[in-house]
Ligand binder design. Structure first.
Ligand code: PHE
Length: 463
């Protein structure tokens, strides 16, 4: 969701018009495919209950502290990531640059997945639910047919990217944003209904147990790393976005309360998406799908909708709302890329929009074709889309998060952030927790996780 739309242009820098405006805009950016598509497949793949537990623990400690820090840095400097780090300490401007690379990698492949969502929306509009769930004569599911096709993923990707750019170019983000205030709550209700349905299917109990009951055997470096990176991705952290949002935030808004609101909203949606999908994996009698990865949602939901009364209608509304949530996030991502290019290369808005488009096309085409015609090209065993996801989430984001913690903990000092939160006599209730997490817990955790996962990747340890 573009922050510019909820803004007034009074003082030197525009700011959000209402208190709730900030939270809504930030939540619109946060809630997207990360919650609905990425969270369930990561939870399924990395041990269900243990993943969920780690995610929640990290959200209330690490996620909370990092989001407070980023918003405070933005509000203090009134600049976006690159400028903010530069202004506070020039030696750390590289953190802003690294952070900026993240949305440039994510935006294109985000649009590829947005395209998959559009394909399913269209399929339910034109086909009955049991046909969407069926396999073709070669035994391929609709999803497999889609991603292995040399043309189809490109068409849907271009369509999703086209809608994103259209919204930005003709400047109707405001309308999208207003609609999302109505559509997002409907999405929450619909996912809750689908989750309840999924949990009541025969055989779902094993899935509910798997999802809610942490099992010590699932505690591994991989699980912690994936919970941490999912947290960054879902909350739009460690990529400079919350710094930008903070730069538009008025001084009289309570940062701490806003962060809790965004976190709760984001986590509830992700949790419900997991509850809709994971029990259904068991109910469909295919626990091997737990390891399916990015395809999970597109394999399981069609099977679920096929068993549901009025499944086709529910599916149409569902995929429409997912598309909408993805669109508000892709607009936010695209806008971020545009402003990075504007700031960094001193370009005007239109050339920056066009330049971002070309980057999206190159990376997006590789991601679109990575499971089909380009499937023979892999890096460390990963297809293009998985590789881009890995580079941005598992490599760049932890590094950015680490340096942000060091920067706040030891360069500008936690007090700078605390003072910003406490502007106007507001009390920062959890400032002790914040200080300990930012100075010690988070940086140490990131280093351990990164070193262990590198050692693991090179086969030095098994965890
Ligand atoms: N947080 C979004 C999601 O969960 C993704 C995103 C990241 C959107 C960064 C905007 C900026 O889908």
């Amino acid at each position: 969701m573009s922050e510019k739309n909820n803004l007034t242009h009074s003082n030197n820098r525009s700011s959000f018009t209402s208190k709730i405006g900030f939270v809504l805009a930030a939540a619109g950016s946060a809630v997207g495919l990360g919650n609905l598509w990425r969270f369930p497949y990561c939870a399924a793949k990395y041990g269900g209950g243990m993943f969920l537990l780690l995610y929640i623990v990290l959200a209330v400690t690490f996620g909370f502290s990092l989001m407070v820090a980023e918003i405070a840095i933005g509000r203090k400097t009134r600049l976006s990531a690159i400028g903010a780090f530069d202004k506070l300490k020039a030696e750390y401007s590289f953190v802003g640059v690294l952070a900026s690379l993240v949305p440039i990698i994510i935006t294109p492949y985000y649009c590829v997945i947005g395209g998959w969502v559009l394909k399913f929306l269209w399929s339910y509009i034109t086909m009955p639910a049991n046909q969407v769930a069926a396999t073709n004569t070669a035994g391929l599911t609709l999803f497999e047919q889609l991603i292995t096709s040399p043309t189809e993923p490109i068409v849907w990707f271009l369509l999703f990217l086209g809608v994103t750019i259209l919204v930005i170019a003709i400047g109707v983000e405001k309308g999208i944003e207003n609609s999302s205030k109505i559509l997002m709550p409907i999405l929450v209700v619909l996912i809750a209904i689908v989750a309840i349905y999924s949990c009541t299917l025969p055989g779902a109990v094993d899935g509910i147990k798997y999802y809610l009951k942490p099992n010590m055997k699932d505690l591994s470096v991989k699980t912690v790393l994936s919970a941490m990176t999912q947290l960054f991705y879902s909350l739009s952290l460690a990529m400079g976005i919350m710094i930008t949002y903070g730069s538009y935030m008025k001084k009289d808004i309570n940062i701490e309360t806003s962060v809790w609101q965004i976190e709760i909203f984001d986590t509830v949606i992700a949790f419900l998406a997991g509850l809709a999908i994971i029990p259904a994996v068991f109910a469909c009698g295919s626990p091997e799908n737990l390891k399916a990865g990015p395809s999970l949602m597109f394999i399981i939901l069609p099977q679920l909708f096929a068993t549901m009364k009025a499944g086709r209608l529910v599916a149409i509304i569902f995929f429409f709302l997912v598309f909408f949530a993805a669109l508000t996030s892709s607009i936010s991502l695209y806008e971020t890329c545009v402003s990075i290019i504007q700031d960094k290369f001193k370009q005007k808005r239109t050339p920056s929009i066009v330049f971002t488009f070309f980057i999206c096309i190159i990376i997006g085409l590789l991601a679109s074709l990575g499971y089909g015609p380009l499937a023979m090209i892999t890096f460390l065993g990963m297809q293009f889309l998985d590789l881009f996801d890995f580079l941005s989430n598992s490599v760049l984001m932890p590094i950015v998060a680490f340096f942000t913690c060091i920067f706040v903990g030891y360069v500008i000092k936690p007090k700078a952030v605390i003072d910003e939160v406490e502007t106007n006599g507001v009390k920062f209730k959890l400032k002790k927790l914040f200080t300990i997490v930012i100075k010690y817990v988070a940086p140490i955790l990131i280093v351990i996780i990164l070193v262990a996962s590198i050692l693991q990747a090179f086969g030095k340890i098994s965890m």
